[in-house]
Ligand binder design. Structure first.
Ligand SMILES: Nc1ncnc2c1ncn2[C@@H]1O[C@H](COP(=O)(O)OP(=O)(O)O)[C@@H](O)[C@H]1O
Ligand SMILES: [Mg+2]
Length: 467
């Protein structure tokens, strides 16, 4: 049971500590409790001191009354008729008892209690014990009319401390209540202030987590305190970036859908034509066209897949040890037949080894796209050469062709997704160079376009060389 309670309490405490408002409240409460404790001690001391002063004034008054009543009677003896008022002054309803003693200059007790001790100092109240009771006592000396000039009587007056204690308690309590009301009021105002001060933060939190935030509108920085404005600006920047990315994604999907729709429409037309055709030769021709379109669609789908794979974050980053010379030989072997059919002389000029670190599949895809472009856009008879060499700490890959090249004004745009130069006859999707750039970026390299010696395009890819 105790363990359970303890766990509950510590869970609650952890929650409080995790919350900003909770933490501030804990500190405010701690401060108020400390203030209240100090106030408790101080008001106790203050009450005590005041009650003692009051008692001492009564003692002094009473002692004076008694001293005034001491006189020398007709027979020459000193007598004291204690005035009742001197004792009744202490009758404050707390059942206090009063003791007194009047002593002559020669030390004889004229009246009062013999055992009552004399306080050490005159005119100053002192707490003492008498007959096992707490008392407060005071002594004064007083001249008596009819005695010689230095004939002073001493009056000691003492009272039990019930009344004094009750007064002390009353003073302390009223003081304590007053101060507590002040502290509580201060606490309430502070809590109110904290809640108000934190309200913008809480509103911001609610706004961020609101379920209807699909539109990602920016927050108003003026709605929060100056300290929080950098956070709101950062949040708005972040949302801006997310929005841009979302828009790019939407554009990409819509472009892809458009690109797929055209060949698919063609495909269905060609299929209809083939189905209608009676003549064997014409039917074969229609079917061949159908096959070409199918290949085009499937190539587009492949390119789309490669592009999404090449995007940062879509695949676990790979750091394989790759030899680009091996990849270049394999790619050229695979394209050799295609080149022969197109009437292009495809050559390789590579160093023995061109070691890099990266994703082998993606680097191969990059080179396939470059060689494919060179073969596709170079008219026969022509040359396409792939050169590979190591320059300092880089591996430099160059694909040169003897085709028309790309005008400098288009150098930036051809890397954009789905971008094709107007008037390009050969079929394609505009994704090849986008894939190249994505892969090269991912491998930490650069890609630039230039002119080959033969006047065609030269694509230069620089990759960090593996040491
Ligand atoms: N080797 C090249 N020679 C001439 N033009 C090229 C060459 N490579 C690419 N291009 C131009 O750049 C455009 C974009 O190329 P790419 O991104 O590979 O898309 P695609 O080849 O599918 O059209 C092509 O449409 C073409 O006009
Ligand atoms: Mg291409």
């Amino acid at each position: 049971m105790a363990a359970l309670l303890w766990r509950r309490a510590s869970d609650g405490l952890a929650l409080l500590r995790a919350s900003l408002l909770g933490q501030l409240l804990v500190w405010v409460t701690a401060t108020l409790v400390i203030v209240l404790s100090i106030n408790l001690v101080l008001s106790l001391r203050q009450g005590n001191a005041t009650a003692e002063i009051v008692t001492d004034h009564m003692l002094l008054g009473s002692a004076r009354m008694i001293a005034e009543a001491v006189h020398v009677d007709g027979s020459g003896t000193i007598a004291a008729d204690i005035p009742p008022a001197a004792l009744e002054i202490f009758n404050t309803g707390y059942g206090d008892r009063v003791y007194y003693k009047v002593t002559t200059p020669w030390g004889n007790i004229i009246a009062g209690y013999e055992g009552l001790a004399e306080p050490r100092q005159q005119m100053v109240g002192q707490n003492m014990q008498f007959r096992d009771m707490d008392i407060r006592a005071m002594a004064i000396t007083h001249p008596v009319v009819g005695l010689s000039e230095d004939g002073l009587v001493t009056v000691v007056i003492a009272v039990t401390r019930n009344g004094q204690k009750a007064l002390r308690h009353r003073l302390w309590w009223s003081d304590f209540v007053n101060q507590s009301v002040l502290v509580a009021a201060a606490g309430l105002v502070t809590v109110f202030g904290l809640r108000r001060g934190l309200a913008p933060v809480l509103r911001l939190r609610d706004a961020v987590v609101a379920s209807k935030r699909e539109r990602l509108e920016p927050f108003d920085p003026a709605s929060v305190q100056t300290e929080l404005r950098p956070l709101v600006h950062a949040l708005n920047d972040y949302m801006g970036r997310v929005q841009k990315q979302m828009a790019a994604q939407r554009r990409f999907v819509s472009n892809a859908a458009h690109q797929l729709r055209t060949p698919l429409t063609l495909l269905s037309t060609q299929a209809a034509v083939a189905a209608r055709e009676q003549e064997e030769a014409a039917r074969l021709e229609a079917l061949q066209a159908l096959t070409r379109s199918t290949r085009q669609v499937s190539r587009l789908a492949e390119q789309l897949l490669t592009l999404t794979r090449a995007e940062p974050g879509s695949r676990a980053p790979r750091a394989e040890h790759i030899d680009m010379a091996v990849i270049a030989r394999e790619v050229l072997e695979a394209q050799a037949v295609d080149a022969l059919q197109r009437g292009i002389d495809l050559g390789l000029d590579a160093e023995e080894k061109a070691p890099v670190v990266g994703d082998g599949t993606m680097l191969r895809e990059m080179l396939v796209n470059l060689v494919d472009n060179a073969l596709r856009y170079t008219p026969a008879p022509g040359d396409v050469t792939v050169r590979l060499k190591c320059v300092e700490d880089h591996v430099v890959l160059r694909v040169e062709d003897s085709g028309p090249g790309i005008p400098v004004s288009e150098h930036d745009q051809v890397f954009e997704r789905f971008y094709r130069i107007i008037g390009t006859k050969a079929d394609g999707s505009g994704l090849g160079l986008a894939i190249v750039r994505e892969v090269v970026d991912g491998a930490g390299g650069t890609v630039t376009l230039g002119s080959a010696a033969s006047g065609g395009l030269a694509v230069t890819v620089r990759l960090p060389r593996r040491q």
